[in-house]
Design a protein around this ligand. Structure first.
Ligand code: CA
Length: 249
């Protein structure tokens, strides 16, 4: 069932921006085998042009690139409306580069440190594309308008109604918990730093530090996770922050 559905579906387009030819060949081979169409670019500027031309479903982006580095490419993709929501998987040779990516809040959706396992990368790509399909949903309201909402596994969040359901049962959240969950779900798959969450949810409140975020995440998990000690949706990314995943991936 799953397989035949995949074959009928439109071929997903992936852009690989990487200057190391061995890696490009390896990725192309394995991703094509998975049924994806691959475009490749060997420099930052070429990658950016191709991204705007083809509007791929996902971009795999190396950081160290000739002409324009991956960080700048990422920034430009995010600042353009056409490409702002394309999922980006960053490849990096060094952990320190990643700190910059996360620190700058460039909005990469996931990352892998070289050398990486190709199987792992293919699995991440598959999960990222699936998240894109699952997360934003619309439903028709009685008056004919459509209402946008977010779904992840058994959790649904309706921004307009300010309502959350877990297993179709209403779940009562505080204002801050709701804001936190909305921010996490609307950025599903992305790691959000504690500082960013603090900034967006608590804004200019004084005497608040990042531990406040942890406290609220804990209470949120109590309400939406089946087993808060083994969270399935709200993942802790050690030393960085939190990430919403659709669960079971
Ligand atoms: Ca490189």
């Amino acid at each position: 069932m799953e397989n035949s559905k995949n074959k009928l579906a439109k071929k997903r387009l992936i852009l690989v921006v990487e200057d190391e030819e061995d890696i490009v060949r390896l990725l192309s081979f394995h991703l094509e085998k998975e049924g994806y169409s691959i475009y490749t670019a060997g420099s930052g500027t070429e990658g950016l042009l191709q991204a705007f031309d083809y509007l791929p479903d996902l971009i795999i982006l190396d950081i160290m690139l000739p002409e324009m580095d991956g960080l700048e490419v990422c920034r430009r993709l995010r600042s353009n409306e056409k490409t702002a929501s394309i999922p980006i998987l960053i490849l990096s040779a060094r952990k320190e580069e990643l700190d910059r990516v996360l620190g700058l809040e460039l909005g990469a959706d996931d990352y892998m440190i070289k050398p990486f396992s190709v199987r792992e990368l293919v699995a991440r790509v598959r999960a990222m594309l699936r998240r894109m399909e699952n997360m934003a949903a619309v439903q028709n309201k009685e008056n004919g308008d459509v209402e946008k909402y977010f779904v992840g596994g058994n959790i649904a969040l309706y921004p307009e109604r300010h309502q959350v359901t877990v297993n179709d049962q209403p779940c009562s959240l505080t204002y801050k918990e709701f804001s936190l969950l909305q921010l996490l779900m609307s950025n599903a798959g992305k790691v959000l730093t504690r500082e960013l969450l603090l900034d967006k949810v608590w804004k200019y409140e004084v005497d608040i530090d990042t531990r406040t975020v942890d406290v609220h995440i804990r209470s949120l998990r109590q309400k939406v996770e089946a087993d808060p000690s083994k969270p399935r949706y709200i993942e802790t990314v050690r030393g960085v922050g939190y990430r919403f995943t659709a669960g079971g991936e």
